[in-house]
Design a protein around this ligand. Structure first.
Ligand code: OGA
Ligand code: NI
Length: 360
């Protein structure tokens, strides 16, 4: 086997270091340039020119959902607008303690500072394994690697976490419980905004799978050549994301990208593929991506809320009639999740596989 030379990033022996995370690569001395494996072709690089200035995602004050009937209806209207126009919005007055968010960021960071051996206890696992550490998106199939390490773990129905850091389980337990509560409240409101029973979508998610995803994007020597996470839509219903003070998230809006700046104590919510299916296309899942930067480590924490793995996913029957035929065929959510997690990120390509061709 060829010797591993770390001075120049271009010579790293990937046959050997295939699964090594970006953090561990940097620790091993790859600091001057981005190894070839991470270099995106020019037409897929995150050019600054594609990012539109002066636009931002809508802001929703969700305390209105617990207010008077009038306040609740007004909030639902703003939500409906945000879901239809953007599929992405910022949530304020959510009631989650800022100190809990801080502790969560802290334990998340601590996890990635553990030794490679400790993290690899959860490495090389199946995409449906309840606790999984990895790099890129799916290092087994990715042709080009994303500049990203991640930890994914199931949070509901059963909380499963890594053993270390020792307080991870306690902090993540509280954090993901709170974000799930927020997700269910939003689902009820989104049901109503579609003219469904308030409980329709919420029920679909009540026994559902919640996955906690911790993304770790270390500073990158040549950020313009690579991507933190390539454009994709999320497979579930609603994703609730918190990003630390280092920006990088971008959302596709019409034909351009809009940066979602970090704002303290606010969450970013986006609609995933499953909600597009349930709403029979009234609302759309939205493509997003994350770019990296030269100086600072970016951490984001996503709470991905979907239905149960064994649930069949299909458009709500109440939203189907002669003028609105079903646009998606049904599939088991577990199957859809496996499909999405086993392929390289391809925008919304996985959802296309479920689309029913239009009858002329
Ligand atoms: C994700 C994701 C974006 C970010 O984990 O699915 O889109 O800002 N993350 O890290
Ligand atoms: Ni995502």
């Amino acid at each position: 086997m060829a010797a591993v030379v770390f001075e120049s990033g271009k010579n790293v022996d990937y046959a050997h270091d295939h699964m090594k995370g970006v953090k561990d690569l940097l620790d091993a001395g790859v600091t001057n340039s981005v190894p070839d494996k991470y270099v995106f072709p020019e037409n897929r690089r995150p050019s600054v020119a594609q990012v539109v200035q002066g636009e931002s995602i809508p802001i929703i004050d969700i305390s209105g959902l617990d207010g008077s009937q009038h306040e609740r209806l007004q909030t639902i209207q703003s939500l409906a607008q945000a879901c239809a126009d953007w599929g992405f919005f910022r949530v304020i007055n959510h009631g989650i303690e800022e100190s809990l968010i801080g502790s969560m960021l802290d334990v998340a960071h601590q996890f990635f500072l553990l030794s490679s051996e400790e993290k690899m206890k959860y490495g090389n696992r199946d995409v449906l394994d309840p606790v999984r550490y990895g790099t890129s998106f799916n290092a087994k199939v990715d042709q080009i690697f994303n500049w990203r390490d991640y930890l994914k773990h199931f949070c509901h129905p059963v909380m499963q976490t890594p053993d270390n850091p020792p307080n991870y389980r306690d902090v993540a337990g509280q954090y993901f419980k709170e974000t799930r509560k927020m997700a269910l409240k939003l689902m009820a409101a989104i049901s109503e905004s579609l003219g469904l029973q308030p409980s329709y979508i919420e029920t679909v998610f009540r026994e559902g799978l919640q996955v906690g995803i911790v993304n770790f994007y270390p500073g990158c020597p040549e950020p313009e050549l690579t991507m933190g996470i390539a454009p994709h839509s999320d497979h579930g219903g609603l994703t609730i994301l918190f990003q630390n003070e280092v920006g990088g998230l971008q959302v596709r809006h019409k034909d351009h990208w809009v940066a979602v700046e970090p704002v303290p104590n606010t969450f970013v919510v986006n609609l995933g593929d499953h909600l597009e299916i349930v709403s029979n296309g009234r609302y759309k899942s939205v493509e997003h991506r994350a770019v990296v930067n030269a100086e600072r480590t970016r951490i984001s924490i996503a709470s991905a809320n979907g239905p149960a793995l064994h649930a069949l996913i299909f458009p709500a029957p109440q939203l189907i009639d002669e003028t609105h035929p079903p646009l998606y065929r049904s599939m088991l959510y577990g199957e859809y999740l496996r499909l999405q997690q086993s392929t390289e990120l391809i925008g919304k390509g996985n959802l296309d596989l479920l689309k029913i061709p239009k009858q002329e």
